[in-house]
Ligand binder design. Structure first.
Ligand code: NAD
Ligand code: ZN
Length: 366
């Protein structure tokens, strides 16, 4: 089957796209869900939430979908719980409740629940169906599509996991109303990334934003999602162009892992924002991002993200962590650079000295 993923807005809900691998339904869940769910209504249903989405999102979800008969599994919230212990709890509860191979699992939450709930579903009894109902900005524009599922292991992010596609994804921006400004900023980093790697016009639109308060996210979600959708359709298993999505993530993941072990962990997007500045610097030093474009990127990031000094004694740890990156080949750290705003260049390498210079460059931004 051709690997098409359709974005279906609720205006187009009745023209179901049946030839696609799965659909991403955008709009009010009250309209999108009922058009889709009929075929699954007789199956066992598992809903996986974390403690926050159980409180803030589950009531909205139940009210919009009128779902009644389901097994609810609630995990502790946050990246620290995206691990094998929580999977153990989820799988145990599924076994205890007699969940069968025909069941469908609904992952209601941010990227942690989407990745981990999806991983548990994809492995339980060799795999049950699942749908993603992302509730953070980050998960709506990024993690809920593309089929990457998994957990952190031994302090290494997403080091255990599988590729597996959901049956459908439901994006309803109403869920974003209860997110903290910090979480909104974290998701916004992935939107910035999508614009920087593939959509110069969207970058210009983002540059006009002065604050992230009172934004109608529905206007920004579809263009951002469209970048990811196109890339994962073209390269589902990250053999080539999908690596573009890792812009900012080679350094960003190392920074995220480092601060995860400290008193003041960073959110994923906050770490990626740092990674994007460092990797934009590397793009300028190693490729053809101009100094003006680098300055434009840095100035924009400064408006939204607080500075977090990277201690010089962390540099070795950061480089070692980058060496663990799954994209690496032949022991060289693999980067995606920008060859201009809106254009990515994959499979780039540089030397350790240059990487350290990029960390110093970040630290020295006023
Ligand atoms: N699979 C992929 O392709 C992919 C891509 C990018 C990121 N990720 C992963 O996504 C994760 C980060 O996702 P995230 O930022 O959504 O984190 P998250 O799932 O931890 O959610 C952030 C916080 O917001 C809370 N929350 C979620 N929805 C809420 C709502 N509507 N109202 C109030 N609180 C809410 C959560 O309980 C949590 O405390 C990371 O683990 C990262 O590795 C995966
Ligand atoms: Zn990311």
């Amino acid at each position: 089957m051709q690997r098409k993923i359709e974005i279906v807005t609720h205006e187009a809900i009745n023209s179901q796209k049946n030839g696609s691998l799965y659909n991403i339904y955008v709009g009010d869940l009250a309209q999108t869900w009922s058009a889709w769910f009929g075929a699954f209504a007789k199956k066992q249903i598992v809903v996986i939430c974390d403690e926050n989405t159980a409180k803030f999102c589950l009531p909205v979800f139940l009210q919009k979908t009128a779902l009644k008969d389901y097994t609810l599994i609630i995990s502790e919230a946050g990246e620290l719980h995206k691990n094998i212990h929580t999977c153990n709890i989820i799988w145990s509860k599924m076994l205890e409740m007699g969940i069968d191979r025909q069941a469908i699992c609904i992952n209601l939450g941010g990227g942690v629940i989407g990745d981990m709930g999806g991983f548990c579903a994809a492995t339980f009894k060799r795999g049950i169906d699942f749908v993603q109902v992302p509730t953070t900005l980050l998960s709506q524009v990024d993690s809920s599509i593309g089929g990457k599922l998994g957990i952190d292991f031994q302090g290494v992010k997403n080091s255990i996991g599988v590729f597996n596609d959901p049956k459908a994804v439901f994006l309803d921006s109403d869920f974003l109303a209860t997110l903290s400004p910090r979480e909104i900023r974290s998701g916004f980093a992935e939107m910035i990334k999508h614009a920087l790697i593939a959509d110069r016009n969207e970058w210009k639109k983002l540059c006009q934003l002065e604050s992230l308060n009172a934004i109608d996210w529905a206007d920004f979600i579809v263009p951002s999602l469209a970048v990811k959708r196109q890339i994962v359709e073209d390269d589902p298993f990250e053999k080539g162009i999908r690596k573009a999505l890792n812009f900012g993530h080679t350094i960003g993941h190392a920074v995220e892992s480092y601060f995860l072990e400290t008193e003041s962990p960073l959110l994923h997007g906050e770490a990626i924002a740092i990674g994007m500045i460092c990797e934009a610097y590397l793009s300028f030093k190693n490729n053809d991002l101009t100094e003006v474009e680098l300055a434009e990127i840095v100035a924009f990031m400064k408006c939204f993200y607080d500075k977090k000094i990277l201690p010089s004694e962390s540099f070795d740890t950061l480089i070692n962590s980058m060496k663990q990156d799954k994209k690496n080949e032949n022991q060289a750290i693999n980067f995606t650079f920008l060859s201009g705003i809106g254009q990515a260049k994959i499979n780039q390498t540089t030397d350790n000295e240059c990487i350290i210079n990029s960390l110093v460059y970040y630290n020295e931004i006023n």
